[in-house]
Design a protein around this ligand. Structure first.
Ligand code: TXA
Ligand code: MG
Length: 330
């Protein structure tokens, strides 16, 4: 299928899975409640979790948002098209189904040639969450989106593996303070440099404004244990705890000390390669599900890195909080 053919299906109110530079999305035309409702059904997504809108041209914003604050203007100039979703006060024209009744709407302009061609051909906003069953790992490989979402009425646009592998950063520009609602490839530091003031990042549980943050997310079917610490400690932990053939291991760097492990996949070339790690992460978790893994162990290199906050955010959820550090080891 071509992006133009997919656009025709969207215009008819059907669902299309399409690639973006972050993860695959499952889209419906935002102006049709009937079409948007199909997204919630196909994913099994709770109705109270709002969707983000995807656009291809800036002028589309005018019909969707009340105003574009100065900070948002700067962020748009710096990061669109790209992996940044911005939360605005919405116009009445945006359906409550899309925003789950919130007075705000989250919008992004993807930087992926297939997504752009698709959105240009549609000519209006497309609502699209990540292309996965609710709660399951997002899809960064075409095959994972197909495996999770094949059902009648859903069409698929193949764009190969996605570039970044983590969902966009979500930043709220609708209130008095600019605040990161979901960490991603673009860090809080990147944002605050552009707007020239600090950006809030603290996501307190009692103060959640992004409903998606409350849900169980990104989780494979098996039990996931994340090892977050120095390499020597991680390898010792695996050596001690992983019996031959028992767990599926996502490892970083070489295979030294892992010769006993039967099922393993390299998630990063080396300790510094968190970009590669992010790009491979969901593919690894989906592979574990595909193979029916009951027990999964995943290494995560420690240390300061612009991507570490986003990765810990996803892995805390994917593992149900089962991120082990050296001091926790027993
Ligand atoms: O990279 C991405 O953002 C991908 C690709 C497909 O664009 N999309 C994506 O959508 O990750 P989704 O639905 O999986 O995540 C959107 C997040 C959810 O946590 C949702 O709760 C939050 O954005 N969100 C959407 N609208 C919101 C709003 N009005 N206020 C606060 N949070 C909102
Ligand atoms: Mg998602």
């Amino acid at each position: 299928m071509t992006p133009r053919e997919a656009a025709e299906l969207l215009k008819k109110g059907e669902l299309v899975v399409f690639p973006t530079e972050t993860v695959y999305g499952i889209g419906a035309i935002a102006s049709s409640d009937e079409a948007v409702q199909k997204i919630f059904q196909s994913k099994g997504r709770p109705q109270h979790n709002p969707l983000i809108l995807h656009i291809s041209e800036l002028r589309q914003l005018d019909s969707l948002v009340e105003n574009i604050p100065e900070d948002a203007h700067r962020l748009i100039a710096a990061f669109w098209p790209g992996p940044l979703t911005i939360c605005f006060r919405k116009k009445k024209t945006v359906s409550d189904l899309v925003t789950a009744g919130l007075p705000t709407v989250c919008i992004r302009m993807p930087d992926h040639p297939v997504a752009q061609e698709l959105l240009r051909a549609v000519g209006e906003a497309v609502a699209a969450p990540s292309a996965n069953l609710s709660g399951k790992p997002s899809s960064t490989r075409f095959q994972d989106a197909v495996r999770q979402l094949t059902q009648s009425g859903v069409s698929f646009l193949d764009g190969g593996d996605t570039q970044y592998g983590l969902e966009s950063t979500v930043v709220d520009c609708s209130g008095d303070h600019v605040e990161v609602l979901r960490p991603g490839i673009i860090s809080a530091e990147d944002l605050s440099q552009v707007i020239g003031k600090p950006v809030r990042t603290q996501i307190r549980h009692e103060d959640i404004t992004s409903p998606g943050q409350l849900l169980n997310h990104y989780a494979p079917s098996g039990t996931l244990t994340v090892l977050y610490g120095p390499r020597s400690w991680r390898r010792e932990w695996i050596h001690e705890h992983v019996k031959k053939g028992e767990a599926f291991v996502g490892f970083v760097g070489d295979l030294e000390q892992l010769s006993d492990v039967q099922h393993s996949l390299r998630v990063a070339e080396n300790e510094e390669d968190l970009k590669g790690y992010a790009a491979t992460l969901y593919g690894f978790l989906n592979w574990c599900d595909e193979e029916g893994a009951d027990s999964i162990v995943l290494e995560l290199p420690e240390g300061p890195h612009p991507l570490i906050e986003a990765l810990l955010n996803r892995l805390e959820k994917a593992s149900g909080g089962n991120v082990i550090r050296p001091s926790d080891a027993s």
